[in-house]
Ligand binder design. Structure first.
Ligand code: AMP
Ligand code: MG
Length: 341
C-alpha cells in the first residue's frame, strides 16, 4: 500500500476535480466532497440515496476554518470548540453565504465539526477547505467503521477510500443546536449534554429523538442505521427466550453478557464497557446481517437515565455513550415504538 501522503495527494486531486472520497474519522467513515462544490455534493446525495431534506455536516480542520461556513462564530461555539475539538461534537449555527442550499437541506443553519483523526485533519488541511462527510454507506443502512465496509458499498471508481483502519469511537457525532438558548442536543453521541452543559455553564436540553419527543433535526426522522434483517431489543434471558419463540428460524444474538440462546441462535459477544461497545456495534451488526438471519436480537444497553449515578466525568461519559447506543439501536429496529422486553 502507498504511503499516507501519496494517498492523501490522490484524494485531494480527486476532490479538486469534483469526485468523491471516503475518509476516516473517529466516529464513522465519511463520504467526502468539497462542501462548496454543488455538483459534487449533489453526487453525494445521489450515491447515498439520501433524501434532499437531510442536511450534511461540513468537516473542518480548525475553528478558523469553521468561521468561513457560519454567519457568526459566537463565544459559546469557541468555548465548545476549545473543549471538544477535534472531536465528536457537531455545532449547528447560522450559515454563511458560502454554503450551498443543498448542504443545509434548504435551511438557514449549517452543522460544522472538526473530526479527531490524523488522516481526516491532514486531508482537510491539505485541501484547504471543508468537506461534507455523511456516513459512507447507502442512506438508512448501517454506518461504515472500516475501509472494507465502505468498499462493500461503493466501487473505487465511485469513491476512493482513504483507509485509516477501524474508527475509534464508532458512532456518529453529537449534534448540538447552538442557534437557540438553551442549546439542544439534536442527535445524541459520545459527548453528552452533561459535559456540554458543564463547559457552557448553562443547562443543555437532551435529545428528544430516542424518547419520541419533538424532533428538530430533519435527518433524524424515520428509521436509520438498520441492517437488512429485522432488529429487536431484549432485556434479559426471559425476554430473549420470548423474542426467539415469537420469531422462529435462525437468529443472531448480540449480547454484552453470557446468554444461552438455545439451539437455533448464534451469539456474538460485544464488549461490556460503553466505549468498547460503541466502537464494535456497527461491525457486529454487519457481521450479524451477513449471516442472513431471520432476526437480530440485541441486548438492551444498561439504563442510560443516569438516576443514582455517582456523577463524575467518566460515568457521565458512559451514560452519554449508552444513550447514543440506545438511540441508534432503537432506530435500527425501524420502529421507535416497537415493544421491547
Ligand atoms: P450524517 O451526516 O448522516 O451523520 O447526518 C448528519 C445529521 O446531522 C443530519 O441527519 C441531521 O440530523 C444533523 N444535522 C446536520 N446539519 C444540521 C442542521 N443544519 N440542522 C439540524 N440538524 C443538522
Ligand atoms: Mg448515516
Amino acid at each position: 500500500m502507498s504511503a499516507p501522503t501519496d494517498r492523501i495527494d490522490a484524494c485531494v486531486e480527486r476532490l479538486r476535480r469534483g469526485a468523491l472520497v471516503a475518509f476516516p474519522t473517529e466516529t464513522v467513515y465519511g463520504l467526502g466532497a468539497v462542501a462548496t462544490d454543488e455538483r459534487a455534493v449533489a453526487r453525494v446525495f445521489s450515491l447515498k440515496g439520501r433524501p434532499a431534506h437531510n442536511p450534511l455536516i461540513v468537516h473542518v480542520d480548525s475553528p478558523e476554518m469553521a468561521r468561513a461556513y457560519v454567519a457568526h462564530w459566537p463565544e459559546r461555539a469557541q468555548r465548545l470548540a476549545s473543549a471538544f475539538w477535534p472531536g465528536a461534537l457537531t455545532l449547528v449555527l447560522a450559515r454563511s453565504g458560502s454554503v450551498p442550499d443543498l448542504v443545509t437541506g434548504g435551511g438557514e443553519t449549517v452543522g460544522v465539526r472538526c473530526p479527531d483523526h490524523p488522516l481526516a485533519l491532514a486531508l482537510i488541511g491539505q485541501l484547504g477547505e471543508g468537506l461534507v462527510g455523511p456516513s459512507a454507506n447507502p442512506s438508512g443502512g448501517v454506518s461504515p467503521t472500516t475501509g472494507a465496509h465502505v468498499r462493500a458499498s461503493f466501487s473505487e471508481d465511485e469513491v476512493l477510500v482513504l483507509d485509516g483502519g477501524p474508527c475509534r469511537a464508532g458512532i456518529e457525532s453529537t449534534v448540538l443546536d447552538l442557534t437557540r438558548t438553551p442549546a439542544r442536543v439534536l442527535r445524541p453521541g459520545v459527548i453528552g449534554s452533561e459535559r456540554i452543559g458543564a463547559v457552557l455553564g448553562e443547562d443543555v436540553l437532551a435529545s428528544a429523538s430516542a424518547a419520541g419527543g419533538e424532533v428538530r433535526s430533519p435527518g433524524l426522522l424515520g428509521p436509520h442505521y438498520a441492517p437488512n434483517a429485522p432488529v429487536r431489543l431484549f432485556g434479559d434471558q426471559t425476554g430473549l427466550a420470548e423474542l426467539l419463540r415469537s420469531c422462529p428460524g435462525g437468529a443472531v444474538v448480540l449480547s454484552r453478557s453470557a446468554m444461552d440462546p438455545g439451539p437455533d441462535a448464534q451469539v456474538l459477544r460485544l464488549p461490556s464497557d460503553a466505549p468498547g461497545y460503541a466502537a464494535a456495534l456497527y461491525s457486529a451488526l454487519r457481521e450479524a446481517d451477513a449471516l442472513a438471519p431471520a432476526l437480530i436480537a440485541v441486548e438492551r444497553p444498561p439504563d442510560a437515565g443516569g438516576g443514582g449515578g455517582r456523577g463524575g466525568a467518566e460515568s457521565a461519559q458512559d451514560r452519554a455513550i449508552w444513550a447514543a447506543v440506545l438511540d441508534r439501536l432503537t432506530r435500527a429496529t425501524k420502529s421507535p415504538d416497537y415493544p421491547s422486553s
